[in-house]
Write a protein that binds this ligand. Sequence first.
Ligand code: PLP
Length: 223
Amino acid sequence: MHTPDSPSPSPLAHVRARIAHAAAVAQRNVADITLVAVSKTKPAEAILPLIAEGQLVFGENRVQEAEAKWSALREAHPGVKLHLVGQLQSNKAEEAVRLFDCIHSLDRPSLLTALARAMDKAGRRVPLFVQVNIGAEEQKGGCAIADLPALLAEARVADLPVEGLMCVPPAGIEAAPFFALLGKLAADNGLAGLSMGMSDDFETAIMLGATHIRVGSALFGER
Ligand SMILES: *Cc1c(COP(=O)(O)O)cnc(C)c1O
């Protein structure tokens, strides 16, 4: 209960409390769950209060937008880590490797080749998640489940640091079975990272083993 003179918690504090609660219920260590604050479309003024509250991991879905928005912000806040959560065109791989600290959207051999070349050129290995088209949806990005073993094998050959798997389940239906399936695929392939769960379902994702949750509107309001 909030008394009239105790300020209501910030959106970030509220999300943090929900993460802590879900982790406790799941018997998990909250430190094993990374909150990626998805700030796409939001201006610096919306981001600065979160940085002031100690949030240092942010997600963007467009290379150009991230470059424009974050160059000054990062100079002022060198501890910030940027994650790319959106689809990536191969011709933007070099910029992405320079700009981002983690890329959640590796989903095809042509992009793998472009990222490997970009990382060699930059002399920098950027951790990756392989995005899986977990609901086998026609127009959705992500590697088909059947193509996953070959893509992971190719990533090993290219010495790419694949941390885990990422998914965006089909909209409008229960996400839990898809999160469980992603967890099984990761375990089958010896991967520890699971990037899954957004504003509407991150507690479910935590229950099912998410290591990275990507939360936008619960932190920043509707887009
Ligand atoms: C926008 C976006 C999110 C955040 O979604 P919210 O529902 O606003 O939390 C997470 N993941 C990806 C891939 C996104 O594009």
